[in-house]
Design a binder for this molecule. Sequence first.
Ligand code: ADP
Ligand code: MG
Length: 732
Amino acid sequence: MGTESIRRDVVEAATYWMTDPCQELTDLRPVEELFGEDCFDLPKMKERLAPEIYEALIQTVERGKPMTDKAVADEIAKAMRQWATERGATHYTHWFHPLTGTTAEKHDSLYKLDPMKGYVAHLSASALIQGEPDASSFPSGGLRQTFEARGYTAWDPTSPAFLIRGVNTATLCIPTAFVSWTGEALDKKTPLLRSMDAISEQSMRVLEFFGNSNGVHNVYSTMGCEQEYFLVDARFLAERPDLLLCDRTLFGAKPAKGQELSDHYFGAIPGRVLAFMADAERELWRVGVPVQTRHNEVAPGQYEFAPLFENANVAGDHQMVLMETLKRVAKRHGLHAILHEKPFKGINGSGKHTNWSLSTSLGQNLLNPSDDPHANQQFMLFVSAVVRAVHLHADLLRSTIASVGNDHRLGAHEAPPAIISIFLGDMLTDLLEQIEKGSPTRSLRGGTLDLGSNMLPQLPRDSGDRNRTSPFAFTGNKFEFRAVGSTMTATWPLTVMNTIVAESIDYIITEVESKAGKGASAEKKQEAVNAVLREVVKDHKAVVFNGDGYSQDWQEEAARRGLPNIKSSADAIPVLKAPKNIELFQKYKVLTQPEVESRATIFMEKYSTSLAIESETMLQIARQMILPAAFAHQKDLAETAAATEGSGVDCPGIREELESYASLVEQFRNSIGELASRVDKIPEDAFEAGSYLRDQIRPGMADLRELGDRLETVTPVDRWPMPSYRDMLFIK
Ligand code: ADP
Ligand code: MG
């Protein structure tokens, strides 16, 4: 595409809102009517199923009992199919999360030809329960040889089926797990479910010990994600091969204005963006995703959506639906949604704060301190378990958030550093100190905030104060893992959280039980808990840090405390298969050794392949777009100089301009050659490639970019072959 058409697109994008047809929302029904209408949830099942069938389903959904009765599944399949076809569905798909990081679906018709009855809708129990997609092209990291390429999808009755709508089509999506023919997990849902079992089992022991398990069937983890993303006018996508292929820009000079004025964060949402948000919300509500918050984020062009937290398994499915919905609905508004962790250099990238807690089946949040926190031993036991888990497994947690994209964010003074520490706030830190000294006697009450005007109400002060620089923060009644990247499947870090915390709960409650002895009095129990927690706090408080995570001091202090600081994902990913981690996953039946090893391989392959694609894309842009534009401008300068001199005017300025421009172009050309020769030598083996990519490719890309961006600032706007940062970030 020529530069002329790029400038025309910029103008068109700027006037889009005035001409676009989809300004008006068509569906303005009240949300309570709309919410969940495209989701086959429990209330709908109850309406459509015989009581005994529904009860069997509840045993599975709420009590975790496996569904073994085929007759039950048959009835559910029938009801689900009827509901779906009534709403216009023609196809169904087993929907799953392969290790690619996205979702997968293969549509089958809900209809079949019956010689007597004609074309009739049909979904059998076996079609509901099990599918066999041609799975040979999904990554298995060596788990599956091609001769045994079969993979199975298995229905997850605990996550409601839903409809995906497109133009004139609706498809019934059945959430499933994806496993190999030998039962090894090839997806992200299976280990999550296993880890939820592990943490439930250990947490129940704690509740039983404290006599709080009455009526509680199980404990499940809850998850609430805050999804950050960028929006740019969709027209720019076609003109930015880097955005198109890599979801981020590989060149782009800093505009005169970035986020310095802090005028975007929580600012008024631009009209076109608000229309997109409202549209996306309605789609999400319809399938039962409880989106709650929407706002502008820090960087220009950056926004956030946060759904209400749910059972982590359902929330995990909803997270994937949310990401897909953002992408899909944005197009309808002539926008392009970018989920990448670092789409634009020089301004903030995007994260996915992943909030995590534990809830009993009765809905009690186990990380919610009671009014009198110091008396709340059970709460402190859970908090101490988290502290211990994060301290022991900081490197493993770091590995769960490793990716090419997140490397740009972590430690870049916009997101937490690569050092994993915990922020607890004053109240909890004070309590831990008291535990360490003996039994806790006082609590720092939240107090009230006087707002200095009688017209304004007094606010109770949150005892869990805020800290934006910690990767892992206690925020009053939950932990917030803030280092998770915006494109990531949040259930993977959550799976690891569940597993490491299950291990720490197991350790603590085992110690406590043996110290207290059988049939111990309440007092004896309290003493045992205090004694064990005192040791735990002593051994693991090094991971607690309430200060400024962005400061250089913290880097040094963390090193003194022995906390790992794994800066590159190339080093973080292999940590996953360290013997201590394999042992941990095996012990809690979350992943087998081959499953862990295959995951490490897949993540490493994804890391190196993504970088290879980025560097190739960069070379193509440099050679096919920037260099020709630069030569053209160089020629203009040369001709101008020659013509000016030819007309007898002395023009040292133009000559200087030409010389310095030509020299920059020459450097740029050399840098292309340098990166190209490094790309040629990327090792085949992903693990071997890691350090090479870190030490050779990334710096090579940074050098080329630096020169390219300098060229942009001295090349005429109408010669530059791509829309600029100014165009993309500020035209809304
Ligand atoms: P902030 O930006 O201040 O962190 P938000 O309100 O944007 O706060 O997001 C908080 C997120 O935490 C929401 O997604 C919310 O549903 C989630 N959350 C709240 N309570 C829990 C909980 N018990 N377990 C998991 N997530 C929770
Ligand atoms: Mg948050």
